[in-house]
Design a protein. Structure first.
Length: 406
């Protein structure tokens, strides 16, 4: 209700309404109502609350991310999670937990290195998906694991270009919004029509620290100062083809030695092969700390894989100033210029042996190749660069997500 000012003025002039000496006397309203000088007006609809506007320049709240993977073992994809978690800016993205689907594939020592809480089992996957902004996964068929639970944003990281990665992604299509391919090669071979962004891997160089001089490490491994040591660092599995190092050394003079750093199902076969083909000319170790000790003990690093995505070993060897002998798979054509910052070979024992001989015969050139590799790693290979790329992608996907208000 409100006052009709014209009626009020006329009746006031005729003495029908007692006047007040106070122009703001609330009694005027009561007297006007009693005199019938009010007319109804339609009710005003309530105004919806306006969400608070952040001050100019204020940052959006940090996104809450979880990571889902099949295992926590001493491998590249698992190490990638640790490096990313440590490099993310917590004001932009916080990795709040890591979920592992298989309890039988957890290395307790490696688990202790993960800088966020670790949950285990399929139920933990659904719980995490229901309580996050961004779910990041690899190696897990999410269509089966998530059921009807959908996080606001779901990102699948394709770490490899092989059939296994394609199969897992095919069983995650309903639950994935976006694919990250770690190289252009992976982008061409894996995503199968899903929206894709290429984000090359980076590494946390803190794990490349050293504890002893090169000469001391080589002596402890049984190598002489004038030996030329070919190193393999990584998982001993069929697609990595670590046996190529053993077979290459078997073709070379006695001063060429093999250093095998890692773990995996091929270890017994690899030891039997080395004992048969290069007895007394190799060393095997499993390194968890001070990886720089082993890289610096080598004269060249061999990666003769049959398939890859973006192996962390490639960047680690570059950061440590070791020349690389690599096969043209995964990211290699995007990163390595043959005989400029690495040597690209077919991957058979003969090609690896020939590259090793070339490096051994031309030490000044080998050092120049290593310097070019290190320059590439310094510019492109740090985990901080990788983390900024993921932060930007997650924010873009979050802003566009139709499920973020659910």
């Amino acid at each position: 209700m409100t006052i009709n000012p014209d009626d009020f003025a006329r009746r006031l002039a005729a003495g029908a309404v007692p006047a007040s000496d106070d122009p703001y006397d609330p009694g005027d309203y009561a007297r006007a109502m009693a005199a019938g000088m009010l007319y109804p007006v339609p009710p005003v609809p309530p105004v919806p609350p306006v969400p608070p506007v952040p001050p100019a320049g204020a940052a959006a709240p940090a996104l809450r991310a979880v990571h889902v993977g099949p295992c926590l073992l001493q491998g590249g994809a698992e190490q990638w999670v640790i490096d990313l978690a440590r490099a993310l800016d917590p004001a932009a993205v916080r990795l709040e937990r890591a979920v592992v689907t298989r309890a039988d594939l957890i290395d307790p020592e490696f688990r202790a290195r993960v800088p966020v809480p670790v949950a285990v089992g399929p139920a933990a996957v659904r719980e995490a998906a229901a309580d996050c902004d961004v779910l990041v996964s690899w190696g897990v068929p999410l269509d089966d694991c998530l059921g009807g639970v959908r996080p606001p944003v779901s990102v699948f990281v394709a770490h490899g270009e092989g059939e296994w990665t394609r199969t897992v992604l095919a069983r995650s299509r309903r639950a994935v919004d976006h694919v990250v391919a770690v190289s252009r090669a992976v982008e061409r071979r894996v995503p199968a029509g899903l929206p894709t962004t290429v984000i090359p891997n980076g590494v946390d160089t803190a794990r490349l620290g050293r504890s002893r001089p090169r000469a001391a490490v080589r002596a402890a491994l049984g190598f002489r100062p004038d030996d030329f040591v070919l190193a393999y660092v990584g998982r001993f599995s069929p697609e990595k083809r670590p046996e190529a190092v053993v077979d290459a050394v078997a073709r070379l003079p006695d001063r060429f030695k093999a250093l095998l750093v890692g773990w995996g199902t091929l270890l017994p076969d690899l030891l039997a092969r080395a004992n048969a083909r290069i007895p007394g000319r190799y060393a095997v170790t499993a390194a968890r700390d001070y990886l720089g000790d082993y890289y610096h003990a080598a004269d060249a690093v061999v990666l003769a894989s049959g398939e890859e995505g973006f192996p962390l070993v490639l960047l680690e060897a570059m950061f440590c100033g070791r020349p690389l002998i690599v096969t043209p798979v995964g990211c290699v054509p995007e990163v390595i210029v043959d005989r400029v910052n690495g040597l690209v070979v077919a991957g058979d024992a003969g090609s690896v042996a020939a590259a090793a001989e070339l490096l051994a015969a031309r030490p000044a050139w080998a050092a120049a190749v290593a310097r070019e590799g290190r320059a590439f790693a310094e510019e492109h290979g740090h985990a901080a660069r990788m983390a900024r790329d993921y932060e930007a992608l997650f924010r873009r996907l979050w802003d566009a997500s139709p499920r973020r208000a659910a």
